[in-house]
Design a protein around this ligand. Structure first.
Ligand code: NAP
Length: 323
């Protein structure tokens, strides 16, 4: 079996590669780096690429994908591409526009997965982070069920193969699942997930509903000060995590990626460094014992690095609920 191309079934008949390549990089990183890194990722065997309109590099990521198709490394159908609907496009009438902007930047005909990036709507317009004269984010209110129906229409139009959500709490997932006339269930909920925030309750809930949990920040994030409080402990320096690699002869990064695969979580790994990209795909080459899985489970502290506090007073802010 070719482990590099391991996939898991989605509830709509499609499937998703269990390891994905993350493309978010802090603002100071030149956008061309996303193109270079994505090409390397495809060359070494990544087939799942996670991106978003708000990362402002879909043009470069699309360029990388198209060049790897053009040189015969992959076919379009080998690649699983995720994009995300940003908070300023959550009004139902803007959903297709948001998606079409991504497709135009990518120069692709469809995306494999399109997900609502974050459930708290912000004022529509050119600005990705609209603020008022006091620098406060300008909220918008939408019925997320109506947003979901607009996503369903994009799937019916053939512009996306699968649809899902990100950063939804259980209550918000249930709202979609219980929507009268629901046509398609969300296939996934992409959330921050690592040993300090292992999301075990949300994971159990998602599994019970046949929704795949996709982990971001699985390596502890790139600690971009724009998003991450610098007091957050460095995950890959955790003494317990660092004590495990000796036995497995694997790096702390591989240990925490492997941890997710063994608990049935699809995991994203971002790196723009060739050596690390090549290392991360080695996650299929070893197995953690059930004792060590328990040790890693024991590190949970419900510590969130992407707190998104700037939206904390939004009525649809997802992180006020327990999970
Ligand atoms: P991450 O995958 O948790 O970690 C990335 C950090 O780990 C980078 O600093 C990277 O450094 C380092 N790293 C990667 N491989 C390593 C290795 N083998 N050894 C040591 N260090 C290593 O990052 P993330 O960006 O927070 O999350 C991953 C992806 O999830 C994002 O890129 C994005 O696609 C997605 N995401 C989604 C959301 C959402 O709201 N849905 C939010 C955040 C992220 P270098 O880059 O320097 O190699």
């Amino acid at each position: 079996m070719d482990f590099k191309h391991q996939r898991v079934a989605l509830n709509d008949g499609h499937s998703i590669p269990v390891l994905g390549f993350g493309t978010y990089a802090p603002d100071e990183v030149p956008k061309s780096e996303a193109c270079k890194a994505t090409k390397i990722a495809i060359d070494v065997g990544f087939r799942h690429i996670d991106a978003s309109h708000v990362y402002q590099n879909e043009k470069e990521v699309g360029q990388a994908i198209r060049s790897k198709i053009a040189d015969g490394t992959v076919k379009r159908e080998d690649i699983f591409y995720t994009s995300k609907l940003w908070c300023t496009f959550l009004r139902p009438e803007l959903v297709r526009t948001g998606l079409e902007q991504s497709l135009k930047a990518l120069q692709l005909d469809y995306v494999d997965l399109y997900i609502i990036h974050f459930p708290a709507a912000m004022k529509p317009g050119e600005e990705l982070f609209p603020t008022d004269e006091n620098g406060k984010p300008v909220h918008d209110r939408v019925d997320l069920c109506a947003t979901w129906e607009a996503l369903e229409k994009c799937k019916d139009a053939g512009l996306v193969k699968s649809i899902g959500v990100s950063n939804f709490n259980r209550r918000q997932l249930e709202m979609i699942l219980n929507k009268p006339g629901l046509k398609y269930k969300p296939v996934c909920n992409q959330v921050e997930c690592h040993p300090y925030l292992n999301q075990s309750k949300l994971l159990d809930f998602c599994k019970s509903k046949d929704i795949v949990l996709v982990a971001y920040g699985a390596l502890g994030s790139s600690r971009d000060p724009k998003w991450v409080d610098q007091s957050f402990p460095v995950l890959l320096e955790d003494p317990v995590i660092c004590s495990l690699p000796k036995e497995y002869k694997q790096s702390p990064a591989l240990i925490v990626l492997r941890y997710q695969l063994q608990r049935g979580v699809v995991v994203l790994a971002k790196s723009f460094i060739e050596k690390e990209i090549k290392e991360n795909i080695q996650v299929f080459g070893f197995q953690l014992s059930s004792e060590d899985m328990n040790v890693l489970d024991g590190l949970n502290r419900n510590f969130r690095c992407y707190r998104n506090d700037f939206l904390a007073d939004h009525p649809d802010f997802p992180f006020s609920d327990e999970y």
